[in-house]
Write a protein that binds this ligand. Sequence first.
Ligand code: ATP
Length: 219
Amino acid sequence: MVGLTGGIGSGKSTVARMLADRSAVIVDADAIAREVVEPGKPALAALVEAFGPEIVGADGALDRAALAARAFVSEEERKRLEGITWPAIAEEFFRQIAAAPADRVVVHDVPLLVEGTRRDDYGAVIVVEAPKELRLDRLEARGVARDDAERRIAMQATDEERRAVATWVVDNSADLAHLERQIDAIWPELLERKAAADAAEAVAAKSAFENSEDAKPGG
Ligand code: ATP
């Protein structure tokens, strides 16, 4: 699986859309994390059970600030929160991977890929980069307060840390055509890598089958 990451406002979603236009299946980590706690979902009911009805707003949706105020008070409470959300996230993640047609490149859009512990799980990683000021401008245009964005950037990994795990670094400092051209260059390589990985898997399956033939009684 291919990982797609970058700091906030770097252009991950834009790159994900360009990859999807070329037939990639995008598994969006943030979207899954939001979906599993939507009203009516079992994980939201379990959170209410654990942290109280105050974590749900008048509209019936999860009040993230109220949840954070209750869950991020101790290691034990944080673990309780993760014990509820992680299994739900994992289940949805694997459901989406399993539902992806076998011939498609699957891209996992993970904002915090570098900050997390699963960076070795990816066969290849696309890192999207743009200068900080430009990211702040683009986020501001989208309604995100500049100082809020700046605070979040300071808490995230640095460009250097992301580069250290990158198979490709995509430069999103210019217009969308400039970005498209880079995706055009990467896409055939993604297809080649997928073909190579599929071929290696087929060889491994053949070898496993032949070994099981050897192990057959009288074989
Ligand atoms: P977030 O971290 O908030 O999820 P992101 O990394 O997914 O953000 P995008 O949403 O793709 O980033 O881009 C941030 C904003 O900048 C969006 O409004 C997007 O339309 C705009 N944008 C992205 N790339 C470009 C570009 N090359 N030229 C102009 N605007 C761009």
